[in-house]
Structures are given as structure tokens and as C-alpha cells.
Design a protein around this ligand. Structure first.
Ligand code: SPD
Length: 398
């Protein structure tokens, strides 16, 4: 039996009432679909209402001819429009499989410009300078925080990234992106010590090896403020995010002692020197060490007993990116299981993509709880960044 007021309502009013009921929980999804079909609502419109009320965006539909039924528009930003013809990516060096970009170009018809950088500070400076023209860049977690504070990032549009569901639970809602609004995790890894097992007397087990005069001129540390000062903070049992003046003064003293014995500060390019035997001991990331090991199996890597950095790098979209639709298409592409597995198999790093990890030839296991006690994520130094910059300048000049 239908009440009189219901029968007098227009089709649009009845549809809206049904949608309201779904939104506030008075009507369940099954009843909504049944009611909407009875009102003559088309399937695309029903799907749009379900999508709007589910809180998660689904892939965009191909536009269809109007059904003549009432249309309830889901709230949200307008669509991104056509896939652009170009995409400009800025990533760490040696951080993607050799054929990832070419395969994406072939499949999508998008022409990719791919540039590389060597540190988060280089990336931040590039974006701060403005008009970089990049559509995707790959900061570490703390650098995402810095870029967000500077309002230099665009929000993601999840409806264009259906493969987001492949991201492993540990890499969702991370401290640097608590609502998963900005960052798609790319790779994770650790900073420790790479060494030539055939050259050193015994495998190093501590950051103290950089104070060992017998290796003078055969050692390098990274050209990276956060990693170098962070290592010396860990050496003294402090947080690698410390802003305590006494901790930073001790880290600076340790860094200067080491500097007298170092060949140089160098990051990724040290791989070639390790392979050649010009460098025997280098502060380095685990994955880049594996890349060097593929060329010389005498190269090994350890996490010092005092601990080190664990990091997760993510792809983010800079503010005003000229090709946002292509950026989302690339993000969805790299989140495919086979594409993600190929990237991590090449880089030697862990994949934050659960479906990709299952397909990797040699998956990198996420640290156990016990191992995590030695590891720490870097976070934005905020008010302490000036003090850190000053100390780093003095170390480099010292
Ligand atoms: N060759 C790519 C290395 C990427 C390292 N990113 C993380 C740095 C954390 N300080």
C-alpha cells in the first residue's frame, strides 16, 4: 500500500528521497537498487549514487546516453578530462626498471620525460623554485610532510587509480599522509653500510667504522644531511629526528671526526666506486647496494647495531601539474602487480604493493618487530631545520 503523499511526489523527488535514505542508512544498498529500478532509474545513475554513498571512488564510467530518469550527481571535484599526450616525471636515480617507462608509453600513447635527482633536498628546492613542470615526483616520507606544509602538492583522485587496492596495509595511512590523500607509495628501504667483503679485515657492524683510521681514504658517506647527521645521532643512541642542541653538537663532532677519514660525500654514484674497489666502505641504501652486488658479488650490506633509517618513498603530484590525468594513469600502471614486481626486482628495494611482492623473484621481507626496534622513519624537522642546515654547512666546510 503506498501512502498518498508518496504517490503525489515527482519521480525526481522519489529518487532523491531514496538516495537520502541510502546516504543516512535508513535504506540498505539492496533495497535502494530494487527501489531505483522500480522507479525506472538507469543503471549508470544507480551506480553513481551507490558510489557517492560508499565513500570510495570507483573508476570513471564511459559517458552513456541519458536514460530519461532523474539523475543524482555525486559530489566531488570535476573529472580530469582527456588523457594528455605528455607526462613529466622526477625520480631518484636507479629507481625504476629499465623498460617501465617505455612499456607505459607504448600502452598509453603518452610521451614521458624522465629526470632524476639524488636527494630529497634537491627535489624540495626544485619544487620550491616553482614552475618545475613535473607531473609526478618521488619524495621520502618526511619530504612529503615538507611539501605539504609548503602547499606544493595536489590531492590524488582515487577514482582514476583503481589499483590503489594493491597497496599493502603497512603503507596505508602512514604518518606523512594520514588520510592517503596525496601519496602513492613507490618503494621502501633502509640506510646502512655497504662494504667490500674481500677488502675489509672484518665486516663492519657499527657506524664507528667511519672513525677507523685504517680505512682512511677508502670510505664515503652519503651527500645527504638527513642521512649523515641521522647516522651519528643513532650512533649515540639518539633519535635521528632529534632537535636537541646537545645531540646535534655531538653528531656534528662525530661527523667531523669521520670526515677526516672519508674520501667524499657521495650517494648513488658510489656504486661504481664500490664495484671498482676504489671505495671499500660506504654509507648506502640496501637496494642500491644490491644493484652494485649484481656487478660484483664481493659487495655486502649491513644495518649497524645502533640502527638506521627505514624509509618509504612515494609518488606525489606537484601543485599545478600540467598533465594530471596522465599522472594518474601512470600511478595506476605502476600499481599493477607485474609492473610493480618488475620495478622492485630491478631496484632491489621492497615493494609497498602487496600484489607485486607476491610476484617478485626475490621479495624483500618487511622488517620484523624485533628489527623495527633498530629502525626509525625520518620526519619533518620543522622548526629545527635551520639548526640542521647550519650544522650540515659547517660539516661540509670543516
Ligand atoms: N636509488 C634510489 C634511492 C632512493 C632512496 N630514497 C630514500 C632516501 C632516504 N633518506
Amino acid at each position: 500500500m503506498s501512502d498518498d503523499s508518496t504517490s503525489k511526489k515527482t519521480l525526481a523527488q522519489q529518487t532523491l528521497a531514496l538516495a537520502d535514505g541510502l546516504a543516512d542508512g535508513r535504506v540498505d544498498r539492496r533495497s535502494f537498487v530494487r527501489g531505483a529500478l522500480a522507479l525506472g532509474l538507469g543503471l549508470p545513475s544507480i551506480a553513481a549514487v551507490l558510489q557517492a554513498c560508499s565513500g570510495s571512488e570507483a573508476p570513471p564510467e564511459t559517458p552513456k546516453a541519458p536514460t530519461g530518469a532523474a539523475v543524482v550527481k555525486p559530489a566531488g571535484p570535476p573529472d580530469l578530462g582527456e588523457l594528455e599526450k605528455e607526462l613529466k616525471i622526477y625520480n631518484w636515480s636507479d629507481y625504476i626498471a629499465e623498460d617501465t617507462v617505455a612499456n607505459f608509453e607504448k600502452e598509453s600513447g603518452v610521451k614521458v620525460t624522465y629526470d632524476t635527482f639524488e636527494s630529497n633536498e634537491e627535489l624540495i628546492a626544485k619544487l620550491q623554485a616553482g614552475a618545475s613542470g613535473y607531473d609526478l615526483v618521488c619524495p621520502s616520507g618526511y619530504a612529503v610532510q615538507v611539501l605539504l606544509a609548503l602547499k606544493l602538492l595536489e590531492e590524488l583522485r582515487p577514482k582514476y587509480i583503481p589499483n590503489l587496492g594493491n597497496v599493502a596495509p603497512q603503507f596505508r595511512k602512514m604518518a606523512f599522509d594520514p588520510t592517503d590523500a596525496y601519496a602513492v607509495p613507490w618503494q621502501w628501504g633502509m640506510t646502512g653500510i655497504a662494504y667490500r667483503a674481500d677488502k675489509v679485515k672484518a665486516p663492519p657492524d657499527s657506524w664507528a667504522v667511519f672513525h677507523d683510521a685504517q680505512y682512511k681514504g677508502k670510505m664515503t658517506m652519503m651527500d645527504d644531511m638527513r642521512d649523515v647527521i641521522g647516522a651519528w645521532l643513532k650512533f649515540r643512541g639518539k633519535s635521528l629526528n632529534s632537535s636537541v642542541p646537545e645531540d646535534l653538537a655531538a653528531a656534528k663532532a662525530d661527523a667531523l671526526t669521520a670526515k677526516a677519514l672519508l674520501q667524499s660525500y657521495v650517494s648513488a654514484p658510489v656504486k661504481g666506486q664500490l664495484v671498482a674497489g676504489d671505495v671499500w666502505i660506504a654509507q648506502l641504501w640496501n637496494g642500491d647496494t644490491l644493484q652494485a652486488k649484481a656487478e660484483n658479488d664481493k659487495i655486502d650490506w649491513i644495518l649497524p647495531k645502533e640502527g638506521g633509517v627505514i624509509w618509504a618513498d612515494s609518488m606525489v603530484i606537484p601543485k599545478g601539474a600540467p598533465n594530471p590525468r596522465a599522472a594518474h594513469a601512470f600511478l595506476d600502471y605502476i600499481l599493477r602487480a607485474d609492473v610493480g614486481a618488475a620495478i622492485s626486482d630491478f631496484t632491489g628495494y621492497g615493494s609497498p604493493n602487496a600484489a607485486a611482492t607476491a610476484k617478485m623473484a626475490k621479495p624483500v621481507p618487511y622488517p620484523t618487530e624485533e628489527q623495527m626496534k633498530l629502525l626509525e622513519f625520518q620526519s619533518d624537522l620543522a622548526g629545527a631545520s635551520g639548526a640542521w642546515d647550519q650544522i650540515w654547512t659547517e660539516i661540509k666546510a670543516g
